[in-house]
Design a binder for this molecule. Structure first.
Ligand code: HEM
Length: 354
């Protein structure tokens, strides 16, 4: 009996100490990490997410990581609600370009050109100073432990929650790239005038399906867009000097006052004018009324793809369904091609490789 108890105790201690090692040492990876992963539809076999990432990753090495992120976000978003949207978008623009590896945060360097200058990013993505502030607080508390890629994922989740959206269990343990890819940023990020077919193609390239496309587009329930992203819809959608016929006319007339035919390209308008800083399902309701701001928003309904049309209707009618799917799709997007184990590094400064 005593020896059975002793054996049980030894086995338990062995399991416990090995898990302490893996939580405490960010370099641990189970040996599977790093590949593109997934089975084509973006799920990862066991339904638990990417094998090298797990929610407790910093439980021992930096247990206060999420609290530090949230304390910065609370202050910044209270002062400027739009920052929540900008940070959510930053994670998307990171993950679609060589995976969620914080490549989007790298400045120009002798070795590579920054993604910040790509067509979709230039004069558009924002929030870098907030990431810098979070990073410097984390470096003080837990030096060289929390990656910039995980900071982006935590900031995206925190921004969603602080705007009134869903929360989710977030797999962590991403490491940071030492290179950026300007060309992949230009190639992989969807343009605002995309057809539905192009959106589906670009999401599939990342292992994301039509459900992910529609639910993640729901991020446009918060934030703003520049006139340059949607102006052609007001004046000349198809090269025949006519507005986009899927754009509701009074909404279109209102937009024209913000975006004149010439000039004003950097003027901005809310993606969801009814509740631009609240994460809710109004975005889908507006699309139902022809009031989606970008072509890429309206084609989810008007693009004649039955699956996306039905999803827009379903999310417009049932916010809880949207919240649930948004959370799932965010985890899936956050699992795109992470660096794990000994791949990449944990940057000291998110703007440059170590
Ligand atoms: C489906 C394809 C998508 C297209 C074509 C697209 C395009 C755009 C464009 C053109 C803007 C305005 C940028 C500007 O004018 O400076 C924008 C803003 C935004 N996008 Fe997307 N987007 C897409 C998907 C997503 C996804 C998947 C997310 C996040 C999960 C996202 C989050 C946001 C947010 C929150 C904003 C507002 C940012 C701010 O106010 O700073 N978008 N998007």
């Amino acid at each position: 009996m005593a020896s059975l108890l002793y054996t049980t105790f030894t086995v338990l201690m062995a399991i416990l100490s090995s898990s302490i090692v893996c939580f405490a040492f960010p370099g641990f990876s189970f040996g599977w990490g790093g590949g593109a992963g997934g089975d084509g539809d973006g799920s990862f076999g066991n339904g638990q997410g990417y094998p090298g990432l797990f929610p407790e990753f910093y439980s021992f090495s930096c247990p206060q990581a999420n609290d530090i992120v949230m304390s910065v976000l609370e202050r910044v978003i209270a002062k400027e609600p739009r920052m929540a949207a900008s940070l959510l978008r930053l994670h998307f623009h990171d993950c679609f370009v060589q995976g969620c590896d914080a490549s989007v945060l790298l400045d120009d360097n002798v070795m590579f050109a920054s993604e910040k200058n790509s067509g979709p990013n230039s004069n558009s993505i924002r929030g870098f100073e907030v990431i810098d502030e979070i990073k410097s607080k984390l470096e003080e508390a837990c030096p060289q432990t929390v990656s910039c890629a995980d900071i982006l994922a935590l900031a995206a989740r925190g921004s969603t929650v602080l705007s009134g959206g869903p929360n989710w269990e977030l797999p962590l343990g991403r490491r940071d790239a030492t290179q950026a890819s300007l060309s992949a940023s230009n190639k992989n990020l969807p343009p605002p005038n995309s057809t539905i077919q192009n959106l589906i193609k670009l999401f599939r390239r990342q292992g994301l399906n039509e459900v992910d496309l529609v639910s993640l587009s729901g991020a446009h329930t918060i934030g703003m867009a520049r006139c340059s992203a949607f102006k052609q819809r007001l004046y000349n959608q198809d090269g025949n000097d006519q507005p986009d016929s899927t754009l509701e006319i009074t909404y279109s007339n209102g937009l024209k006052t913000v975006c004149p035919k010439t000039g004003g390209d950097n003027n901005i308008s809310p993606l969801d004018f009814a509740s631009p800083s609240t994460f809710d399902n109004t975005y889908f309701k507006l699309i139902m009324f022809g009031k989606g701001l970008l072509t890429s928003d309206q084609v989810l309904l008007a693009g004649n793809v039955e699956e996306t049309m039905l999803l827009v209707k379903a999310y417009a009618e049932d916010y809880a369904l949207f919240f649930d799917q948004f959370a799932r799709s965010m985890v899936k997007m956050g699992n795109i091609n992470p660096l794990t184990g000994y791949q990449g590094e944990v940057r000291k400064n998110c703007r440059m490789p170590n």
